[in-house]
Design a binder for this molecule. Structure first.
Ligand code: COA
Length: 376
């Protein structure tokens, strides 16, 4: 018996040991560890190790993993030249999607799909992704590309390559917490896309390219840019009430609210809210945080009963803005982090593969006569 579930809502389509979500109570765990504990104590590198290996690393395991990742920070010179030729008007998510695909050109065995090869390709892509984003952003601003610094962590190195100067410890730590909290989230749309593609035994580059394409949609990772645009549209804290009420009356969506799985506040939003508040104070962006907080209060009053609360994108927008990132880099930041999760899922899928091939219910007509073109 086949059942139809629009949007595959409620369908369990894969097994995973990576993240667990309790949407009713607002809990997220990676490999059984609460996201709050990871945000407070872990690093992005350690979190990716955890997701891929299903255990926290020992110090020597973490050192080896970190070194391997750093050995992949540099991008091929051909890709650097290519980046300089991309129109400055291109959207960074389109650039990242295209360039992850192009990294396959510089891999002598791009199609190797055993689990160990997939892990190595994942390190290769994850290590280079920050350089792809930073190099394009600098090139479009007419600035020289900054070479990576292998003495720096994933997060420090990205901000260094983007800005040409080393970030403060506070900024680097805030950015790292964003990377940790965005790394994995069950079988979300982009993760599903990566598993669907690798299930054909295509290749890791294709799977992760598809995932980036999925993430950029405004109903998925693109929502963080939508949040920032909304905050910019609201002139002052006094204008928030009218803005939100008008949107709700017109049945418009408030970006950064609602979630297919969470019917409580997204636990990642709690961590990011703390971060956003502190960074807003540090960088003189208090008004932005206050507007966000006011939107949250009004939404709780108006639609809280429907289970619509802030999701991961809501406070990450203020956080990224305070870190100094341009609006169209918000979703690429999500992608850089989620590459850790997508890769883990690709590795899991390859470890116990079954081709994804659902069915569609045919709702068209039958026995339609073929009409020659001149008679239509
Ligand atoms: N603002 C206002 N109302 C919202 C809303 C939002 N952001 N999200 C959902 N709703 C309302 C819908 O209008 C609908 O109301 P109704 O029952 O009165 O018609 C109800 O909540 C259920 O919406 P539905 O679209 O069925 O929920 P979903 O599970 O399919 O949607 C999202 C999940 C994420 C697509 C949706 O909440 C959304 O579009 N959010 C904004 C985009 C966003 O932040 N995406 C990032 C997700 S991490």
């Amino acid at each position: 018996m086949s059942t139809f579930a629009k949007g595959l809502e409620g369908v369990i389509a894969a097994e995973t040991n990576m993240s667990w979500i309790d949407g009713v109570n607002g809990v997220l765990e990676y490999v059984g560890i609460n996201i709050d504990a990871l945000a407070q104590n872990s690093t992005f590198e350690e979190t990716v190790y955890l997701l891929w290996n299903k255990k926290l690393p020992t110090r020597s395991e973490l050192d080896a993993f970190t070194k391997e990742l750093r050995d992949h920070y540099s991008i091929p010179s051909e890709i650097k030249d290519r980046i300089k030729a991309i129109p400055a008007t291109a959207e960074p998510m389109h650039v990242l999607r295209s360039l992850i695909s192009e990294l396959a050109f510089y891999d002598s065995n791009p199609n190797d799909n055993d689990v160990e090869s997939a892990r190595k390709k994942s390190i290769n892509i994850l290590g280079q992704a920050p350089a792809l984003v930073a190099a394009y952003d600098r090139a479009r601003r007419g600035l020289d590309v900054v070479e990576p610094d292998t003495e720096l962590s994933f997060s420090q190195n990205f901000l260094y390559m983007l800005n040409g100067e080393k970030p403060t410890d506070t900024m680097a730590r805030a950015f790292d917490i964003c990377m940790i909290t965005h790394a994995d989230h069950g079988l979300n749309n982009s993760t599903f896309a990566s598993r669907v593609v690798i299930s054909t035994l295509s290749d890791v580059y294709s799977a992760l390219t598809a995932a980036v394409g999925s993430l950029r949609g405004p109903l998925h990772g693109g929502a963080n840019e939508g949040v920032m645009k909304m905050l910019n549209e609201i002139d002052s804290i006094d204008a928030v009430e009218d803005y939100v009420m008008t949107k709700l009356k017109n049945k418009d969506r408030i970006m950064g609210f609602g979630h297919r799985v969470y019917k409580a506040k997204d636990p990642r939003a709690n961590e990011l809210q703390k971060l956003a508040e502190q960074l807003a104070k540090d960088t003189g962006n208090e008004a932005l945080f206050e507007k966000s907080h006011r939107i949250e209060e009004i939404m709780a009053r108006e639609v809280g009963a429907k289970g619509i609360y802030p999701n991961v994108d809501f406070y990450s927008a203020t956080t990224y803005h305070c870190i100094g990132l341009k609006l169209d880099l918000f979703t690429p930041m999500f992608a850089m982090s989620r590459l850790g999760g997508w890769s883990g899922h690709v590795i899991e899928q390859l470890g116990d593969n079954r081709l994804f091939r659902p069915k569609a219910e045919f709702v068209g007509e039958h026995n339609v006569p073929y009409v020659p073109i001149d008679e239509r």
